[in-house]
Structures are given as structure tokens and as C-alpha cells.
Design a protein around this ligand. Structure first.
Ligand code: C2E
Ligand code: MG
Ligand code: MG
Length: 633
């Protein structure tokens, strides 16, 4: 026993608390602790697969309606009064004692700072700690110590040692609030905690944030490597829970799954259970396709020899002779830092035309080549992104067409490129980007559509693939021009989005006037009918007065014959998938496009004929029996 410390006996276990706590002391926290002003509440941690309560986390509370109700205030005061360690221990005991009395079978998560934990193990050893827990009628195997304030860990190796001895006593370890800006990946890899709790920042609005989604996916991969289970903290809304469940995160915590309370919860609240047992998949937020910088890196740069202002016309001509494939050469100067800075570009064609003229060699042969070079070459930095490259293509300045351009890296010469190369690579990049998101409507393109379709197929649940296509759109386009045609396409995009449920239904833009909606909403048929009707009304408004009055426009048909075409409408082909009918997205997409053709013939909504039986079966009322399984009522 240490000098100056008072022995605090809990059954046979000795934990040490300073005199300040037991003597009358002026400190308000010490008084609160003495007078029983603190109590523990418990918040459930839910197993997201089975929708059952897996554990509870103990959280300390001060007197209700007082400034010391929240743990943050208590912890701050403890710090001020120099009682942080004692306070943390006190909370630990209080929570354990209460849990022991509740005689709950589940696991108990306890908060403790890394420093308090090290000190506790230092003073009494892990065996004694485990014994102390047992004496409070709690099995150490049911206890998970959540390490908070990992940012203050001075000695990671020592903490690693502590965690290993704790684990050997059957206690589990968790890292709390991971990713809150202070936690370290190194601690994760060094401590090998059983559980990592992901800070609530990542759950918040995850159904709207593709970046958070990507981060969680990356953390799941790390967790897989280390064999760690994850808990997502701070789940407040159904949409967040739906995405987190679909990601495959094992456990969740948050207000939606149960608020902290003095009693424990036997099962999660009904709102949460209905989300967890729903076999429909979440619509994940779309990662906006971000054009990567450095696109020119993928473009083959011409590593051409260079000239200097000192190079003579004769020498330049000799170099063009030696390299017949070169369209130009750069004139460079030393930049003072070991590199070369381009100052001009010498165009082969123009230069050689001059060089071939009578007496040119005799008069100008030994003079500098720079006089015939373009002193304002088009420079392109290697890490320009697609938008910057498009900017060059569409600018007034079209020098790149003649001379090509000089590629630089931080202003230093790297090589040359030609105009066609630039046009080709920009086109390719744009096409690639459009496969992710349609530039006209910003809706997800073919890649995300296929990915979502595959997720739906994998889930085994029922859904409907609808393929939307405009009728009499070409005549409208021919008559009013592409700008107004784009308006028509945007109208369809707006209506498709407005009449689908963002949490259940996925709207994608295949290209042109083709759209796809992957419906999980059961009332998909009514939604389609509304899209068709609203579109027919609003599309008329895009015609000018004469067109509206006549109900259409004159235009050439595909055979070049002028005739009258009624106003643009939309047809929808639908394919019902009742689970197990299709395995891959491609097969299903082909089927959907077939049903679109049939819809175009008949007009309006068309459900694929051989799916009618499946539709009837799938639309019978269903009840959920267990997770992922449905049975007919
Ligand atoms: P923590 O360990 O990360 O605990 C989770 C905190 O988030 C709790 O706040 C909880 O009430 C709150 N929370 C739970 N679900 C939601 C949600 O859906 N949305 C939002 N916005 N918040 C949610 P609380 O109880 O105020 O505790 C704050 C922190 O104080 C804890 O963070 C923990 O670090 C510390 N703490 C609490 N009790 C103890 C204790 O007994 N000992 C120690 N050493 N620290 C404690
Ligand atoms: Mg915690
Ligand atoms: Mg936490």
C-alpha cells in the first residue's frame, strides 16, 4: 500500500483512493462521490445481423438537471480537482457493481482512459483487477474495456503489454471513438483490440456521404486484416442504420438502437428492428466521379531531344533529320536548379520550309534557331485535371493544333505532346467519367447502375427493374435543337427522381434518353404511372405555342419523309425479379431493355409478359419471418 493513500476495500480487492476522497474535502466532485451523487446508465450495443442486443456500455451520470449531469463536465472537474484517476476508478466500480446487481447475461463495455488503465494495472496487476470484477458478481469474460483518450498514450509499447495481460485474463479491449481525429492506426495495429468503435462522425448522414462510406469500407478491410469487430457509434436515423447494416459492420450503437437508461434493454426498439430485418438493400450514396489529377501521366509523352537558344539553325535541321518522327522540338534554358525551363517551341514543318529556301543556310545557318521558334509555346503541367485540359481544348488559343504542346512538371521540361493526343485523351476521360455519372443530369451512369443491380440480386429480395425511354423525342430534338432536347431529358431525370423513394429506389441514367429505375418500393407500378402522366403534361410545356396547339411537330422520319409527330411521352418497360430468377446484372439489363422495346410498341407501362406470374406471386402480401427470409402470408 502506498503512503498517503487510503485503502478502499471492495470485498477483498484493494483499490487505492487518496485521503481527499474520504476526509471532508472542499472539492465538489469528491463530495458527489462520497454522497452517492453519481450513477451509471447503460446504452445497448446491437448485433446488426441478428437484430439482438449484444452488450451495454456503461456511462456515468451526475445529478439530474445539474451542470454536473454529463460525463464531460464531471471529467473536467475531476481534472481540475486532481482526481481524474480516482474518479475513473470510481466510475468503473460503480458501473460494475450496478451491473453485477442487474445480473445480466450480456457483455458490459466500460470506459477507461489509457492512462488510468496503465496505472490501475501498475498498482494492482491484472489478476487482481480480474478478481475485483469477479467479486462484483461480473465475469471478466463479459467485460470489454473501452480505451478512451488514446491520443494521450505516451508509451504504446507499455500499453500493448498491459493489453496482452488483460486479454490473458479474459478481458476484452476496445478502442473508443476511432477516427475522431486523435486516434491512431498504429495503436490499432499494436494493441490488437478485440473491438474498435468507430466515431459517430462516420455514421452521421452516411446515406448522403460517399466519402464517409468509402472510409468505413476501408476501415472494414483493416478490421478484417486484424481480426477486429467494429461498432458504429452514434446511429440516429433509419437511413444511416440501413447503410451501416448493408456495409456488414457487426455492431451498432446510437439513439435509434436505444438511448442510455438506468435499465437494460432486452431487445432493440421496434423502429431499429424493422430496419434490420428488412431484406431490401440500402441505396448507397454515389461517389461523385472525381476526375483524377495527373491525367497526362497516362498519355504517352514524347521524350524528344531539346534545343537551347545557342543551337544554330544548321544543328536544329540536323536534329530534325536524325529524328524524322518529331513534329517539333522544345527550346529550353537551365532553370538554375538542375532542371530545364522551356522558352520556345520549334515547329518542324515551318522551320524546314524556311531552311529549304535559297541561300538560307549560307546566310542563317550558323545563327540561333530561336528566331524561327514560337516563343509562347503552349505548356501543359503533367498534373492538370480533365477540366483544365478541356479548358485548353475549348479556349480561343488553338496553338496546340499546330505546334502541339510542351509537358512540364512544376515548370520543368518533361517532353512533348501533340494536338490529336490531347483531343483523344480528353475524349476518353470524358467517356469514362460519363460511365460513372451522366454529365447532363448528374445521375449515376452504367457502372453504378450495374453495381446496385448486382447488390439487389445478391440480396435475394424482390425488386423491379424499369427501363424508361422517350417516344417522339428525335423529332423534338430535330425541330427545336439539342439545347432544348437536353431540357426534355432533364425533365425526365427530375420526374424519375421525384417519384422514387431515395432510400429504396435507385435512379440511373443509361445515356441519351434512356433511364433505369431499380425499384424496391412495392408501389412501383403507381409510381411509374405517375411519371408517365406527369411527364406527358410537363413535356407539352417545353413545346412552343404552335407545337402545343397542334399537339406535336413536323419532322423527318427515319426514312427522310416529313410527317407529323405527336408530343414527346415516356414509355416504361418493367421486369419483376422475385429472387433467384437472375444471377447477373448484365442478363437482367438485357431483359429490361427488351421490355423497353415492347413498351415502346404499346406505349405507357409494360410489364414483361413472362414475368406476370412472378409479379402475381411477388405482390401477394408477405410477412417477415426471420432475417432475409420471407414467407407468404
Ligand atoms: P463515449 O464512450 O464515446 O460514449 C458515447 C457517447 O455518445 C455518450 O455520451 C452517449 O450518450 C452518446 N451517444 C450515444 N448514442 C448517440 C447518438 O446516437 N447520437 C449522439 N449525438 N450521441 C450519442 P456521454 O454519456 O455524454 O459520454 C461522453 C463521453 O464521456 C463518453 O464517450 C466517454 O468517453 C466518457 N465517459 C462516459 N462515462 C464514463 C465513465 O464512466 N468513465 C470514463 N472514464 N469516461 C466516461
Ligand atoms: Mg465509450
Ligand atoms: Mg465512443
Amino acid at each position: 500500500m502506498r503512503a498517503g493513500q487510503y485503502e478502499w476495500v471492495i470485498d477483498q480487492v484493494h483499490l487505492y483512493v487518496p485521503d481527499a476522497l474520504t476526509r471532508d474535502s472542499a472539492g465538489s466532485l469528491a463530495a458527489l462521490m462520497r454522497q452517492g451523487g453519481l450513477h451509471a446508465v447503460f446504452q445497448p450495443i446491437v448485433d446488426l445481423k441478428s437484430a439482438t442486443v449484444h452488450a451495454h456500455e456503461a456511462l456515468i451520470r451526475g445529478p439530474e438537471h445539474s451542470p454536473l449531469h454529463r460525463p464531460e463536465a464531471l471529467l473536467r472537474l475531476a481534472q481540475e480537482e486532481g482526481l481524474l484517476y480516482e474518479f475513473e476508478l470510481f466510475c468503473l466500480q460503480l458501473s460494475l457493481r450496478r451491473w453485477g446487481k442487474l445480473r445480466q447475461p450480456g457483455r458490459l463495455f466500460l470506459n477507461i482512459s489509457a492512462n488510468a488503465l496503465s496505472r490501475l494495472v501498475d498498482v494492482g496487476g491484472t489478476a487482481l483487477l480480474a478478481q475485483g470484477i469477479r467479486n462484483l458478481q461480473v465475469s471478466p469474460r463479459k467485460v470489454v474495456l473501452e480505451i478512451t483518450e488514446h491520443e494521450r498514450v505516451d508509451d504504446m509499447d507499455a500499453l500493448g503489454e498491459v493489453s496482452r495481460t488483460l486479454q490473458s485474463e479474459g478481458l476484452a479491449l476496445a478502442l473508443d471513438d476511432f477516427g475522431d481525429g486523435r486516434s491512431s492506426l498504429r495503436l490499432w495495429s499494436q494493441l490488437k483490440p478485440d473491438i474498435v468503435k468507430i466515431d459517430k462522425y462516420f455514421s452521421h448522414d452516411i446515406h448522403r456521404s460517399a466519402d464517409r462510406l468509402k472510409t468505413l469500407q476501408a476501415l472494414l478491410q483493416i478490421a478484417d486484416v486484424f481480426g477486429t469487430s467494429l461498432v458504429a457509434e452514434g446511429i440516429e436515423h433509419e437511413a444511416e442504420l440501413r447503410v451501416i447494416r448493408d456495409l456488414g459492420i457487426a455492431y451498432g450503437q446510437g439513439w435509434l438502437l436505444g438511448r442510455p437508461g438506468t435499465e437494460v434493454r432486452a431487445e432493440p426498439p421496434r423502429e431499429a428492428t424493422s430496419v434490420l430485418l428488412d431484406n431490401r438493400v440500402a441505396v448507397l450514396p454515389e461517389q461523385r466521379y472525381v476526375a483524377q489529377r495527373g491525367q497526362l501521366r497516362h498519355l504517352s509523352i514524347i521524350h524528344a531531344p531539346t534545343l537551347t537558344p545557342g543551337t544554330s539553325n544548321d544543328e536544329a535541321a540536323a536534329m530534325f533529320h536524325a529524328h524524322p518522327g518529331l513534329h517539333a522540338m522544345a527550346v529550353v534554358e537551365p532553370d538554375g536548379g538542375g532542371g530545364e525551363r522551356p522558352v520556345a517551341i520549334l515547329n518542324r514543318q515551318q522551320f524546314m520550309d524556311h531552311y529549304a529556301t535559297l541561300y538560307f543556310r549560307e546566310i542563317h545557318g550558323r545563327k540561333s534557331c530561336i528566331k524561327h521558334a514560337n516563343r509562347e509555346p503552349r505548356l501543359i503541367e503533367r498534373n492538370f485535371d480533365i477540366e483544365e485540359l478541356v479548358g485548353i481544348l475549348t479556349s480561343q488559343d488553338q496553338r496546340y493544333l499546330n505546334d502541339g504542346f510542351i509537358v512540364t512538371e512544376n515548370g520543368r521540361y518533361v517532353g512533348l505532346g501533340t494536338g490529336d493526343q490531347l483531343v483523344r485523351s480528353v475524349t476518353e476521360l470524358r467517356l469514362e467519367a460519363a460511365r460513372h455519372a451522366n454529365p447532363l443530369t448528374s445521375l449515376p451512369g452504367n457502372i453504378p447502375i450495374s453495381l446496385h443491380m448486382q447488390r439487389l440480386l445478391d440480396s435475394g429480395g424482390a425488386f423491379t427493374v424499369c427501363y424508361l425511354d422517350l417516344d417522339n423525342f428525335k423529332p423534338y430534338n430535330d425541330h427545336y435543337g439539342y439545347w432544348r432536347g437536353d431540357e426534355m431529358i432533364r425533365l425526365l431525370a427530375r420526374l424519375a427522381a421525384a417519384h422514387s423513394d431515395p432510400q429504396r429506389d435507385f435512379v440511373g441514367h443509361v445515356g441519351g434518353d434512356d433511364f433505369m429505375i431499380l425499384f424496391q418500393s412495392e408501389d412501383w407500378r403507381a409510381r411509374c404511372e405517375r411519371i408517365i402522366a406527369t411527364f406527358a403534361r410537363q413535356a407539352r410545356d417545353l413545346y412552343d405555342e404552335e407545337g402545343r396547339a397542334r399537339g406535336g411537330v413536323e419532322a423527318e422520319d427515319r426514312q427522310g419523309v416529313r410527317r407529323f409527330f405527336p408530343c414527346t411521352t415516356v414509355s416504361i418497360g418493367a421486369v419483376r425479379v422475385a429472387g433467384g430468377d437472375y444471377h447477373d446484372a448484365e442478363e437482367l439489363a438485357t431483359k429490361a431493355s427488351l421490355s423497353k422495346h415492347e413498351a415502346k410498341l404499346a406505349g405507357g407501362l409494360h410489364v414483361m409478359a413472362d414475368d406476370l406470374a412472378a409479379t402475381a406471386a411477388a405482390e401477394r402480401p408477405t410477412v417477415h419471418t426471420s432475417l432475409g427470409a420471407r414467407a407468404d402470408a
